[in-house]
Design a protein around this ligand. Sequence first.
Ligand code: ADE
Length: 270
Amino acid sequence: MVLNYLKIINSKNKNLPIHIGILCAMPEELGSSLNYLSNIEINDHGDLRIYSGECNLNINSSKSLYLSVALSGWGKVGSARAATRVISNVFKGKSVDVLFFFGVAGAIDSNLNQGDIVVASKLVQHDMDARPIFDKYVIPPLNKEFLLADLKWVDWSSSILNEANLSEFGSINTGLIATGDKFVSKENEVKKLEDDFKDLLGVEMEGASVAQVSIQENIPWQIIRVISDSANKSSQNDFESFLKIYKKYSSKIIKVFIENIFKSPLKIIL
Ligand code: ADE
């Protein structure tokens, strides 16, 4: 009896659509990705607009795929707020299963160049300092310095990126990203980050707050960054000129994640 009941639940779950949440800070990071949505519904929460819709990409699956997309603006507060709203967004009765953040980052590792991709396997909030109550960088509600991405998701992300035709982009990397409410462009700022985080690849302003919300909300997540500048004195120019080009290609990376979702670690859960 119980077994039959479980079978019914399981078979019902198999038919549920998958619902992906997609966040970027800036319009250039989203590019033309809204074109992947059909039958769009809009939910406004003050100045935050969430676009939801059916995915119209040609994906070989009997399951439906829903997308909820929003722009968070820059910084940890705005991105945490947008992450919370997107995770809570329901489309056609289906809640969000996984949250992706796509955007640009400044390189700290000197091996990285403009256009290289970084999948965050680990993130830190480099402006968190609750000493003497907690150690430096420890995020109090989690009692952790580093936010670890699920390795199954990191492996999936890097393998789909490696298999995709992303000729406009550079190398594909996985590693540590540092997040803080600061655009990093000064030598002394970089030196401090390098001293404290030996394996640091890049710096940005939203990833670790989105990761924290996702961890606390118990939802799978991935932060994917493309290098726009080298966090140095030319970073303003590099960042601005890179975005003008990047906005034409950013939707290509987002498409890779959407197209491969049925091969992702989600298939084990759903
Ligand atoms: N995002 C892209 N470049 C950045 C930088 N140099 N500092 C912080 N966030 C960034």
